[in-house]
Design a protein around this ligand. Structure first.
Ligand SMILES: NC(=O)c1ccc[n+]([C@@H]2O[C@H](COP(=O)([O-])OP(=O)(O)OC[C@H]3O[C@@H](n4cnc5c(N)ncnc54)[C@H](OP(=O)(O)O)[C@@H]3O)[C@@H](O)[C@H]2O)c1
Length: 232
């Protein structure tokens, strides 16, 4: 493991495992985080089996995973989001980037999966930024990419909207998103725009339910080519 690793908190779940697989295939060093060390190791092994023995993937308990990484992805259910953040906060090093993909579905408090909850901070990622403080850059991304597509072997027919208040961190996350075959990463502007991206995720769940699908996604069309490029 190097300090230039990606830790995925909740990496044993559908979305985290899918992202981990894509980045392991792209040659990134991935640490699968879990509340349970053995579950983390088992998931890392699953990724290795699909990505190949040369893949740099390991499993760690969530707090340890953060200590080894400079990019930390949150793919955890909203109901446990704040509690896990408070647990891992001391292990996150200043200067790290935290990438939040959590959607505040109303289902997390017994409501519908086709609606989001209204949060005082505006969005989950803004709540994350408040909890973590100014030394950590919080960027939101991947809300609209289905785990089914991430775990499959084909290029993904979906764009990723990346929102964040730190331009360099936003660019780094766009670069990571663009490592997923088929994905184009688009700068969605300030972190406050995450609220809109979260709502698109709930809309996509509704589209899946109404049409008996599993992996609707989005494409942003009509922008100049430069808008889809993730390098400076
Ligand atoms: N699935 C998708 O297609 C998709 C797409 C975009 C965004 N997202 C978002 O990504 C997040 C994770 O979604 P998911 O579908 O990957 O969920 P999931 O399959 O249920 O996995 C979530 C992971 O979070 C950890 N976790 C921590 N606290 C938990 C709790 N109280 N209950 C259950 N699991 C808990 C679990 O790992 P350990 O038990 O190993 O700690 C679990 O494997 C959600 O916020 C979701 O809205 C999902």
């Amino acid at each position: 493991m190097t300090s230039h690793s990606i830790a995925i908190i909740g990496g044993t779940g559908a979305e985290g495992l899918g992202l981990g697989l894509c980045w392991a295939r792209a040659g990134e060093t991935v640490i699968i985080g879990s509340r349970d060390l053995q579950r983390a190791k088992d998931s890392a092994e699953k990724i290795k089996q699909k990505a190949g023995a040369a893949a740099r993937v390991s499993g760690e308990e969530n707090v340890a995973a953060c200590a080894f990484a400079d990019r930390i992805v949150l793919t955890i259910p909203f109901e446990n989001h704040a509690a896990i953040l408070k647990q891992i906060r001391p292990a996150i090093r200043p200067g790290s980037i935290v990438i939040d993909a959590t959607v505040p579905l109303a289902a997390s408090i017994g409501g519908r999966a086709t609606r989001t909850l209204g949060l005082w901070e505006g969005s989950v990622a803004q709540q994350t930024a408040e909890i973590l403080g100014k030394e950590i850059s919080v960027v939101s991304a991947f809300h609209n990419v289905s785990s089914e597509l991430l775990k499959a072997d084909d290029p993904i027919d979906c764009d990723v909207i990346v929102c964040g208040d730190n331009a360099d961190a936003n660019l780094e996350v766009r670069r990571l998103a663009a490592k997923i075959p088929g994905v184009r990463a688009v700068d969605g502007g300030k972190l406050e725009n995450t609220r809109i991206v979260e709502q698109i995720a709930a809309l996509l769940i509704g589209l899946n339910i109404r049409n008996k699908g599993h992996h609707s996604g989005i494409r942003i069309t009509g922008l100049p080519d430069a808008a889809y490029q993730s390098e400076k």
